[in-house]
Write a protein that binds this ligand. Structure first.
Ligand SMILES: O=C(O)CCC(=O)C(=O)O
Length: 257
């Protein structure tokens, strides 16, 4: 399966509407080049633009849903459209959306671990409760978002639910870049799964973003890594590599707890 990760630059000099249209064009450009396209966390507002969360919140089927559904259909790709600030039942959620190539919503995932300790997302957003997997061509994907990367038990749950590919949209800060690459590789190695970790570039709300989106194979090798700026990574994922890794080095079978 060919996959493209589009590392979007999120800067305050671009409006959300302009960025939404620009990202939809970037997705359409992957037509014929990929079966799966992945976008980062909260690329509309920026993951740290807390002051914009209420104003930019959308119902699940809001403007980002509509634009990304149409882009997936036009590009004929599975689209992990990153996440949006979802308004539902009087609460906000950091919700990821996955579309099938006919533009239908195949899965949505509300981020379980909210970032910010006693401020920002951690206090403004409600936590998701459900682990989510989705069947893609040849591989089952498990969904996680940004700060979730620090919680290995979530990923074990996804593997138990059948995941072979872990998709992690993020808005990870540059000052913790070392943790980002280390944790992405660790999640791949310990779960013998592909990891597609797609972050943002640019600087918003005064927080420089790490960029450095990366794709890690089930043996922990980095297949592709972006630089700090906006960039599209293109890789080919082989489902047989997951099976072979798990058969030849069956550590997952030795779990005791
Ligand atoms: O865990 C981190 O260092 C960054 C997490 C984060 O930025 C987020 O979840 O939005």
């Amino acid at each position: 399966m060919r996959a493209s990760l589009i590392q979007i630059a999120v800067n305050p000099d671009e409006t959300v509407e302009t960025r939404r249209a620009r990202v939809a064009r970037l997705v359409r450009e992957e037509r014929g080049a990929a079966e799966l396209v992945v976008l980062p966390e909260l690329w509309t507002t920026g993951a740290f633009a807390y002051e914009d969360f209420v104003a930019e919140a959308e119902p699940l089927k809001g403007p980002t849903y509509e634009a990304m559904s149409a882009a997936a259909r036009d590009a004929e790709v599975w689209l992990h459209a990153g996440s949006v600030v979802e308004a539902a039942g009087g609460a906000l959620y950091n919700t990821s959306l996955v579309f099938s190539p006919d533009g239908e919503l195949a899965a949505s995932y509300r981020k379980i671990h909210r970032f910010g300790f006693d401020k920002g997302e951690a206090v403004m957003m409600a936590a998701g409760t459900d682990l989510v997997t989705v069947g893609l061509p040849g591989l089952t994907a498990g969904l996680a978002t940004c700060y979730d990367l620090r919680f290995p038990e979530l990923f074990r749950g996804l593997v138990d639910a059948g995941a072979q590919l872990l998709v992690v949209p993020a808005g990870w800060p540059a000052r913790r870049l070392g943790h980002w690459t280390l944790l992405a590789r660790a999640r791949a190695v310990e779960n013998q799964s592909y990891v597609l970790a797609c972050g943002t570039a640019g600087t918003h709300a005064g927080v420089e973003q790490a960029g450095h989106s990366l794709v890690v194979d089930p043996w922990g090798e980095v297949l592709a890594e972006a630089g700090p700026d906006e960039e599209t990574l293109r890789v080919t994922l082989d489902p047989a590599k997951v099976t072979a890794t798990r058969e030849q080095f069956p550590a997952l079978k030795d779990r005791v707890l």
